[in-house]
Design a protein around this ligand. Sequence first.
Ligand SMILES: *[C@@H]1O[C@H](CO)[C@@H](O)[C@H](O)[C@H]1NC(C)=O
Ligand SMILES: *[C@@H]1O[C@H](CO)[C@@H](O)[C@H](O)[C@H]1NC(C)=O
Ligand SMILES: *[C@@H]1O[C@H](CO)[C@@H](O)[C@H](O)[C@H]1NC(C)=O
Ligand SMILES: *[C@@H]1O[C@H](CO)[C@@H](O)[C@H](O)[C@H]1NC(C)=O
Length: 501
Amino acid sequence: MVSSLHVSPTYLAVLVSLLATVLAAPRPMSSFPLSMNLQRRVPQARSADDIAAWAKMHKQNVEAKYGNPSLMKKRSSGQNLIVNQAADSSFFGSVAVGTPPVAYNVILDTGSADLWLASSSCTDSACQGIPPFNPSSSSTFSASSTPFNITYGSGEAAGTLGTDVVRMAGFAVSNQIFAVCDEVSEDLLNSPVSGLMGLAFQTIASSGAMPFWETLVASGAWTEPLMAFQLTRYNNDSSAEDLEPGGTLTMGAVNTSLYTGDIDYNDIPDNETSFWLQTISAITSQGSSISIPSGSSALAAIDTGTTLIGGPSSAIAKIYANIPGSQAGTGNLEGYYTYPCSTNVKVSMSFGGNSWPISNADFQSEQLNEETCVGAFFEVSTGADAPAWIVGDTFLKNVYSVFRYNPPSVGFAQLSASDIAMNGINAAVPSATVASAVAVTVSATASVASSTGAAIAVASAASATASQKPNNAATLSFVSCSLSVLLPFPVIASMMLYLLV
Ligand SMILES: *[C@@H]1O[C@H](CO)[C@@H](O)[C@H](O)[C@H]1NC(C)=O
Ligand SMILES: *[C@@H]1O[C@H](CO)[C@@H](O)[C@H](O)[C@H]1NC(C)=O
Ligand SMILES: *[C@@H]1O[C@H](CO)[C@@H](O)[C@H](O)[C@H]1NC(C)=O
Ligand SMILES: *[C@@H]1O[C@H](CO)[C@@H](O)[C@H](O)[C@H]1NC(C)=O
């Protein structure tokens, strides 16, 4: 409850929106008696602005409830609890699909824009042991014959498009287009994950379909036009289990209890909404600034679906040049660097504003032996239309990150003490559940069309991922996990993925 006089406007907005939802959504009366203790609350002093804001919302809520058509659309926000898989290798949340709704775990990927689920007709070994989507068990599923395929840095999925009700974080899209995949490559999914939810813009969707989040925000369903992530860290916790609490995804609001200070927003360059692009303005390594290529070579995709941080080889070399004893990896470690584990590495990144430090724990991505560690920055060479950098979870675990639709921008803020306290805790893992209430339901305007926006999802370089799978994985047994790169592929012309096991 609000116990302080210093009520932040955001918090108030969230409260008011919850109130609005309750007021505007008639619910069936419970058939059994409920009792509740009522207590008189001490009235709290509110500022004139707060009162005015409340009064305005109250009027709108009443009008919405009683049928002013321009105000019928509700706005809301909601939260999805994330699971951290394999010591920070990937982060997944849950969606509910179909009628009756069934919950599925999906990788939350700001680096791509398609939603897909493994199908019950998938016989690939990657589909064994994961809960598949069975189209015939949903009365609202509508199939199409439109084929779908997508190739990410770490693998491929293919199937056909269909339409069904999809819910997440208290929102529903009644006719969301997604792919039901009967071909899924090895290592793309790990049980209990059934698919992937792309959270980038429609322009890069292989299906051409508007992503779930974009339908919601574009139709005004969100209190604020943004979504925000807090991701936990378990990679330096030797007792971490395969699944651990992963943090939160909030849709439609920021959660003011998860960050402190201001959110440092930087625009997506030229409003080019494809990936969540940012321009890297500075990188420091061990306290010294390194020179990095500018212009399009400084563009980065901010990508929750990628485990580490990839960049141009010249810039990566400079980061390690400041770390005594570091060496370019060879063989299966080509593209990576090793360095003495005893070094406390300090790397920070800026995107036009604040400089954000990456913890030593995140930089130290793997330990090869007692002395030698592998750093989290690796070399990547991307295609012409793709950002040169992929800034993944190594960075995102250190900040509260906000993906804002309008104006298109990405914001970072300092994690609150309560977030930091969630790192490494021994707590229950959230499970995929079907939420009982949906605050806002929206329908998308598009139907399943032929693939239009498929600019980058062509399978031209599809063999690269398969051939880069290590054939002597046994020697890499130190790698406890699969590292993911979930950017759609031909974007990535060549990439070092030897650590994939
Ligand atoms: C993938 O889909 C594209 C069209 O979106 C098509 O041209 C291509 O042949 C498909 N590739 C595979 C391997 O099915
Ligand atoms: C993991 O790293 C964080 C950030 O550097 C640190 O605060 C924490 O104490 C470390 N945890 C363990 C178990 O070493
Ligand atoms: C904000 O995050 C906290 C901690 O995870 C959670 O308890 C709270 O419910 C969240 N608030 C909203 C409005 O989602
Ligand atoms: C980006 O779009 C916003 C409106 O959303 C506009 O105010 C701004 O000028 C645009 N910036 C550029 C660089 O086009």
